[in-house]
Design a protein around this ligand. Structure first.
Ligand SMILES: [Zn+2]
Length: 365
């Protein structure tokens, strides 16, 4: 515990004196198109200006720059620009360009608060109530600090939904800046360490524990009742799929069916989400278990929107799932946060509702 407290103290001190930078991997591909009205290229002591379009690809010894019909190879290089388009998105700042695992990686280093301003538009609609957006901002910042403490070699976070979506300067507006500035430096901690952040669109009535879903429990991630996400378009949904497609999916997961004639869900988690399904075929008398998580991920998480499934019907050649909510259900329910904010609760109330026994700690003045 002492060591953890020390980390917070160091973070606080470091923040106070220097401000904290985070390294965001904004592109990861074999070839990346860029354009800038003006960018500075730096490799060792060599500097030059780039104007207009250029392309970066991998090379055997690092990366290649294609600019004005010339190709040059480098181990790695730095770019700086006030306005640069990289793989179709606008950014500004300082970028390291390097080859990681035979792919061009572009890593933007920026101030933590600037990072949070680039995350909010990717993770929550900007016309939502201010206190819901502030709750999201605290979680985005907490995720950032937590990622820095993981000490990854080349970058701290990626910019895709595998991390949190970072959109750079693309959708930033005055509202985003106000929301982020209004929570400046605040992170959610448990026992003086940034919490592991989880959130989802709509819980559908009750959030899930991380233990039930992933097998790892966190004391602050309990299952809480949520009566606040009923207005979400994903509160109640049905998903219909042909049984032959389901057979294909179950066989992909290790089954051996020609046909499926019955599905049951004998075990559920505390929040009533499906732990696993049993598929069977009366004729061949085969039955086979698939975990809820595996089935959802294989069908597609945007199709089978959650595991809070209340009804499964076999209807002719189709199977119809009826369920509540969208997402894994762990941590903050975003539509619930929206409703709580509309009811007059502030971001502190909202975060303390979905994350138990956490503290909000200000790391920066
Ligand atoms: Zn909810």
């Amino acid at each position: 515990m002492k060591k953890i407290f020390l980390i917070i103290l160091i973070l606080f001190f470091y923040n106070f004196v220097f401000g904290v930078n985070i390294r965001v991997r904004i592109a990861n591909a074999r070839m990346i198109k860029c354009s800038a009205s003006k960018a500075t290229f730096i490799s060792g002591n060599f500097k030059k200006k780039l104007y207009g379009k250029f392309i970066i690809t991998t090379s055997s010894s690092g990366v290649s720059l294609y600019y004005q019909d010339k190709k040059k190879n480098y181990g790695s290089f730095i770019l700086t620009s006030d306005k640069i388009k990289i793989a179709g998105k606008n950014y500004k700042g300082k970028f390291k360009v390097m080859n990681i695992n035979k792919r061009v990686n572009i890593i933007l280093t920026l101030d933590m608060e600037e990072y949070v301003k680039g995350v909010i538009p990717g993770e929550m609609p900007l016309d939502w109530p201010k206190e819901a957006l502030k709750a999201q901002a605290v979680l985005a910042r907490t995720y950032g600090y937590y990622s820095i403490l993981k000490k990854r070699t080349y970058y701290d976070v990626g910019s895709t939904s595998n991390y949190q979506v970072f959109v750079g300067n693309n959708k930033r507006n005055e509202n985003v800046c106000k929301v982020v500035d209004g929570t400046s430096g605040i992170v959610a901690t448990y026992h003086d360490y940034p919490i592991e952040v989880f959130y989802h669109s709509t819980c559908g009535g009750r959030t899930e524990t991380s233990e039930d879903l992933w097998g790892t429990g966190f004391p602050y991630l309990q299952s809480v009742k949520c009566d606040f996400c009923g207005s979400s378009p994903y509160y109640l949904w049905t998903y219909t799929m042909p049984i032959e497609d389901l057979v294909e999916i179950v066989n992909k997961l290790g089954g051996n069916f020609d046909c499926i004639t019955d599905i049951s869900c004998p075990k559920k988690t505390k929040s009533e989400r499906a732990k696993y399904f049993i598929f069977s075929d009366n004729e061949s008398e085969i039955s086979f278990n698939v975990t809820g998580k595996d089935l959802r991920m294989t069908i597609g998480p945007n199709k089978l929107k959650s595991l809070l499934i209340t009804r499964i019907e076999l209807d002719g050649f189709n199977i119809i799932f009826t369920g509540h909510g969208f997402g894994h259900g762990v941590g903050l329910c975003q539509y619930g946060a929206k409703r709580l904010a509309e009811m007059g609760y502030n971001y502190i109330n909202i975060l303390n509702y979905y994350f138990r026994d956490i503290k909000l700690t200000k790391l920066k003045d």
